[in-house]
Design a protein around this ligand. Structure first.
Ligand code: HXC
Length: 257
């Protein structure tokens, strides 16, 4: 049997997806792309899973799209298969996705990390969009999500020169949510996942939607969306539980309803 391109497990209501093509530094080929998307959708369909941690290996989160798989393709192959559009299914996942990133996160690897809702990285993590060196440009968000995350100046620097930045620079630039010691990256991501797992599942999903709306709307529309959604949460038992628990100085026990 061929090697599994990802490994999955569930730990304390956190679904873990580990990219597993060590010989190719977790390069993102089609098999891996479909496997990640399907695993994330399966976690979402499981009401016991509250958050997803997406990770790779110590040497590479992912060194990019699989160059060997792509190199001989023609324009029409790419256009007709709408290559990379399947990653949109990952950005449609409603559970929070935490990327635990060690080693290389290059090209599609950096873009995959940016599809996640939060990036945890270490000082030795290397982010970059080196597609320019291959005669192409980023293809799954490197010109769009990266620019929104770190602004035009640094996005232009990375996309036009292909230079890599370390975890510290990435954290200063706003790409990384938490910078921790390299050997604590995965455990920290799991702690974040477990913290989220103690909340209300519908409220977690709605909180993610509200933050994401900031990238898609005007401020006025976004504030209205937030306010109306906030009002709607008063229909939930979990809102009553959360506020009652605060008033009575006890831990909230959410029922996800
Ligand atoms: C296919 C890859 C790969 C990739 C590494 N490998 N990256 N295979 N696609 N993106 C393979 C190598 O060919 C090699 O296989 C093995 O992994 C180990 O890599 P080495 O180069 O020997 O390792 P090292 O010397 O440590 O260098 C690490 C590296 C380098 C700096 C990360 O591998 C590298 O530059 N990789 C390409 C990075 C890149 O350009 N990424 C962007 C891809 S384009 P063998 O069989 O020789 O042992 C892209 C487009 C995005 O992502 C568009 C949307 C997704």
């Amino acid at each position: 049997m061929s090697q599994q391109v990802i490994l999955t497990e569930t730990v304390d209501r956190v679904g873990v997806i580990r990219l597993n093509r060590p010989d190719a530094l977790n390069a993102l080929n089609a098999d891996l792309m479909y496997a990640v998307v399907e695993a994330a959708e399966a976690f979402q369909d499981d009401p016991n899973v509250m958050a997803i941690v997406l990770t790779g290996s110590e040497k590479a989160f992912a060194a990019g799209a699989d160059i060997k798989e792509m190199s001989e393709k023609s324009y029409i192959d790419m256009q007709q298969s709408d290559w990379f559009s399947h990653w949109n299914r990952l950005s449609d996942i409603r559970l929070p996705i935490i990327a635990a990133v060690n080693g290389y996160a290059l090209g599609g690897g950096c873009e995959l990390a940016m599809i996640a809702d939060m990036i945890i990285a270490g000082p030795k993590t290397k982010f970059g969009q080196p597609e320019i060196n291959l005669g192409v440009i980023p293809g799954m968000g490197g010109s769009q999500r990266l620019t929104r995350a770190i602004g035009k100046a640094k996005a232009m620097d990375l996309v036009l020169t292909g230079r890599m930045i370390g975890g510290e620079e990435a954290e200063r630039a706003g790409l990384v949510a938490r910078l921790v010691a390299d050997d604590e990256v995965f455990d920290t991501a799991m702690e974040v996942g477990k913290t989220i797992a103690a909340k209300s599942r519908p409220v977690v999903m709605i909180a993610k939607e509200a933050v994401d709306a900031a990238f898609e709307t005007t401020l006025e529309q976004g504030l209205l969306f937030e306010r109306r959604t906030f009002h709607a949460l008063f229909a939930l038992e979990d809102q009553k539980e959360g506020m009652d628990a605060f008033a009575n100085k006890r831990e909230a026990q959410f029922k996800d309803r």
